[in-house]
Design a protein around this ligand. Structure first.
Ligand code: ZN
Length: 314
């Protein structure tokens, strides 16, 4: 089975301008798409990624100016891990000190160094030095420098996520049977699963903690994580398997313009999406112009003026 790993991770943020500043200037990711929440066009949907917005490099946000603070709990993504070059931990530690980014001491997980930090909304992230899982690794030469961050140290893309769960077993079955992940290790209450062929976003850690606080969604919370499907047929095959083997129904397919998606809640209560690689972010902007305009789905073009008036300036 092809195991392509994660496509993107989507989280809730506070003020859009602060979110944009942190992810583009401080972390040096590229804003690859500025659009609206397709279900609530009075709010932005911001997509950050690498130069071309490859699947597996993407972190997206729904910024709401007055979103209440979330609280992490069981049945939720606990941490987003981003991959950096093996020799870049020192650079990033310095940068976090210089920019006043809340971070903690470097941690070792599964033999790799992790620099945990928080974004301005209190969301937990970590920078992981080196390659994703046992996959073929990054293609760092595709990375140009981004703003203040030189190419040598630029974030490569998603390394993976950590899910906070009551128990690991049922979610592990979905990861292995549907998405082709393999268990590659266990450390304390964490089990690591890897998608062997994924160059980016190939790691999902299941952190099983038993009964614990329920999550309270809000700014700083991850809304969902999306796995890759090469096309509609691959997505449909996964959806059928979910029903046949796990009695889980996915939503009907939704056209997100840059990919097509189905959603389901996995047995550990985390919202999972399956997103197609097609058509990608260059469908409405040239690759060199990604993120430069406010792009809207066709149905909102007739009310563009009203939408632009409502959105906070960016
Ligand atoms: Zn999504």
């Amino acid at each position: 089975m092809m195991s392509a790993g994660l496509h993107h991770v989507t989280a809730i943020a506070g003020p859009a301008a602060r979110n944009l500043d942190f992810y583009s200037r401080v972390l040096g990711l590229r804003l690859v798409k500025k659009t609206v929440n397709f279900d609530d066009p009075s709010a932005y949907h911001l997509y950050f990624g690498d130069e071309t917005g490859r699947p597996g490099s993407i972190v997206t946000f729904f910024p709401w100016e007055h979103a209440a603070e979330g609280r992490v709990g069981v049945g939720e993504t606990e941490e987003i891990l981003l991959q950096i070059p093996a020799a870049s931990l020192g650079y990033w530690t310095h940068r976090f000190i210089e920019k006043g980014v809340e971070h903690s001491a470097i941690d070792k997980r599964f033999g790799q160094s992790v620099l945990p930090f928080k974004d301005p909304d209190g969301m937990r992230l970590g920078l992981v030095a080196g390659e994703t899982g046992d996959g073929p690794g990054s293609d760092a030469e595709a990375n140009a420098s981004r703003g203040e961050v030189p190419a040598d140290h630029a974030i490569i893309g998603l390394f993976g996520v950590s899910l906070l769960l009551e128990e690991a077993g049922p979610t592990a079955e979905i990861l292995t049977d549907i998405f082709g992940f393999r268990k590659i290790g266990e450390e304390g209450m964490r089990q690591r699963f890897s998608a062997p062929e994924a160059a980016l976003g190939g790691v999902v850690d299941l952190h099983a903690v038993g009964g614990f606080l329920k999550p309270r969604p809000g700014r700083g919370s991850v809304h969902h994580i999306a796995f890759r499907a090469s096309d509609d047929a691959a997505q449909a095959e996964m959806a059928e398997k979910l029903t046949a083997r796990f009695n889980l129904e996915v939503t009907e397919q939704r056209d997100r313009k840059y990919f097509r998606s189905v959603y389901f809640r996995e047995p550990g209560h985390v919202l999972f999406e399956i997103a197609t690689d097609e058509p990608g972010f260059a469908v409405d902007e040239a690759p060199e112009a990604l993120g430069s305009g406010l792009m809207l789905p066709d149905r909102y073009e007739p009310i563009r003026a009203r939408i632009e008036e409502t959105l906070p300036p960016l």
